[in-house]
Design a protein around this ligand. Structure first.
Ligand SMILES: [Zn+2]
Length: 201
């Protein structure tokens, strides 16, 4: 349980292990390697490889020993909260809403959804624009201009004794992030957490 007074949640404590796609060398079925930038960590080049959509599992018995050691030694990566925090700090216009959201992320507010998809579907299924009470106009405008691909995040801040909020963050590819919020309904069935890799920019 995060987001309660006295909790020790922090970006540092919440860092995640590095993950790599799995790869297999042609002619050597069954042995899995960790892939990175078109080659394996142990140095085999892409044209000899089949890449998989699942992650390399260091503990898997048939995993390459060299890749295992290198994968386990790889630096950890920031958690989703830290990645969203840093993106907003860098790109979102300064505002009281942004400051409140940055504070919520620093204490581990739940990221219920973080997804990149066509704007129309995100607006229909995930934005919940009718429940927003602050910043709804610019967020809706950014979604309306989003076209075939836009990123949307929804952050749920239980409030630590203050008001509980649900934030909507719209992250266009060619414009500044937009932040809106409304009250967080109690016991909201928010659906599964969706955490694709953050977009390149
Ligand atoms: Zn290997």
């Amino acid at each position: 349980m995060i987001d309660k007074p006295g909790d020790t949640w922090s970006f540092v404590a919440a860092r995640e292990p590095a993950v790599f796609p799995a790869a297999e060398v042609h002619g050597v079925p069954g042995v899995q390697h960790a892939a990175d930038a078109g080659r394996t960590l142990c140095g085999i080049r892409g044209r000899y490889l089949t890449f998989y959509l699942h992650h390399f599992e260091p503990q898997y018995l048939a995993s390459c020993h060299t890749c295992r050691g290198l994968a386990e030694a790889a630096p950890t990566r920031p958690c989703a909260q830290e990645r969203l925090h840093d993106r907003l700090q860098a790109d979102a216009p300064d505002s009281p809403l942004r400051e409140d959201l940055l504070t919520a992320l620093r204490r581990g507010a739940r990221i219920a959804i973080w997804i990149t998809a066509p704007a129309a579907g995100l607006t229909r299924h995930y934005a919940r624009l009718d429940q927003l009470t602050e910043g709804a106009g610019p967020a809706a405008a950014a979604l309306a201009a989003g076209g075939p691909s836009i990123t949307l995040a929804r952050v749920e801040d239980a409030g630590r004794g203050g008001a509980a909020h649900r934030y909507l963050v719209v992250l266009p590819f060619d414009g500044p992030p937009r932040i809106a919020r409304g009250p967080l309904p109690p016991q909201d069935p928010s659906g599964p957490t969706v955490l694709p890799a953050a977009p390149a920019r």
